[in-house]
Design a protein around this ligand. Structure first.
Ligand SMILES: [Zn+2]
Length: 136
């Protein structure tokens, strides 16, 4: 199984392992109850080291987005243009993510989103969100 192991640290390994399983794992402080991103050894709110990993709901709302037209490195050239955005989670954090639509005209600010971790570019699992599909 391939994932962004080069990106994983002892603090962030549960996050990266979660993406491989289709989950968003985030740190929640046992002392104050706040969640945080990016993973680290202390709570950024109260400095407690008493942190636990929880599975986020996978839902969120789109705060903002932008199309990328210039590849940040050669590995990404075959993907441009692609869309990145900030998604607000009900757990109280905001995550930068790939936004999985073909065209930004499909996006509206504050629209409901669903998490969908993907392999990108081809080898590493990264966080992705797509518009939440309406159920009839
Ligand atoms: Zn705390």
């Amino acid at each position: 199984m391939s994932y962004g192991s080069a990106l994983a640290t002892s603090y962030s390994k549960p996050y990266w392992d979660g993406l491989v399983q289709g989950l968003i794992r985030i740190q929640r402080c046992i002392a104050c109850g706040n969640c945080q991103d990016f993973p680290q050894g202390r709570c950024r709110h109260c400095l407690s080291e008493n942190l636990a990993w929880i599975d986020a709901s996978g839902s969120g709302t789109l705060l903002t987005f932008s199309s990328v037209h210039r590849a940040p490195s050669p590995e990404f050239s075959k993907y441009i243009p692609y869309i990145v955005g900030m998604v607000s989670l009900p757990e109280g954090i905001q995550l930068m993510s790939r936004i999985l639509v073909e065209d930004e005209s499909e996006l509206v600010l504050d629209m409901p989103m669903s998490a969908k971790p993907i392999q990108w570019p081809d080898t590493a699992y990264v966080l992705g969100f797509e518009p939440k599909r309406k159920t009839s």
